[in-house]
Write a protein that binds this ligand. Structure first.
Ligand SMILES: Nc1nc2c(c(=O)[nH]1)N[C@H]1C(S)=C(S)[C@@H](COP(=O)(O)O)O[C@H]1N2
Ligand SMILES: [Mo]
Length: 201
């Protein structure tokens, strides 16, 4: 009988129900990026909230870090089938970003944009009421560049490709608009509990 390592272990009772179908549990934090890691200096960092083409508000790094901060501890699930339990994040809730801009969601659809040209769509209802944040720390440390630092979107209840790394803005769109991976065969919504991995799942 082979020794079962910690990585890829079968979760014990009590944790099994936290693992969505087809996923395995890992203690690692794999890096998955479509291209090279962009290096973004804090003085070059900006985050812009848009209503369609119209910029509503832009924050620089200092202004963004002055927004109310929140902590989330969540399980995360990658479409490549790893899941990681109890990940610790700190950052600014999407709710608090809209509040600071004085914006009431103008449409039900959001496209997140990133410094590397990446984008991904998420319904606003999946970003609101404490469900999602722009995270600047992971595990109590500044978010590592490979994992999206200085800041990434965190939408933990959807597959992890929805959590745009190096995020530099959220844009409300009139219609649900496919992003980088959604245009390349990934599911438009991406619910791990319904195994919405690919278009048509
Ligand atoms: N900007 C940007 N965000 C991104 C990606 C990317 O290539 N660029 N990859 C996505 C994919 S497919 C996954 S699974 C997760 C991986 O995050 P990690 O590298 O921190 O594990 O980031 C997502 N966010
Ligand atoms: Mo992914």
């Amino acid at each position: 009988m082979a020794t079962r390592g910690f990585t890829g272990r079968r979760p014990p009772p009590g944790e099994r129900e936290r693992l969505p179908p087809g996923q395995y549990l890992t203690a690692d934090f794999p890096v998955l990026s479509a291209g090279p890691t962009p290096q973004i200096a804090p003085e070059k960092w900006t985050f812009t909230l848009k209503d369609g083409p119209r910029p509503v508000k832009t924050w620089d790094w200092a202004a963004f870090n002055a927004l109310p901060r929140s902590k989330l501890t969540r399980d995360i699930h990658c479409v490549t089938k790893w899941s990681k339990f109890d990940t610790h994040w700190e950052g600014v809730l999407v709710d608090d970003i809209l509040a600071d801009a004085g914006l009431v969601a103008p449409t039900p659809f959001v496209l997140a944009h990133s410094f590397d040209g990446y984008s991904t769509n998420v319904p606003y209802s999946d970003l609101s009421e404490g469900k999602a944040m722009v995270a600047t720390t992971f595990g109590g440390q500044p978010l590592h560049p490979e994992h999206g630092g200085p800041a990434r979107l965190l939408v933990p209840h959807l597959y992890f490709w929805k959590s745009a790394k190096w995020v530099n803005g959220l844009q409300f769109t009139a219609v649900d608009t496919a992003g980088f991976w959604e245009l390349r065969g990934y599911h438009i919504y991406g619910d791990p509990w319904r195994e919405q991995r690919f278009t048509g799942d």
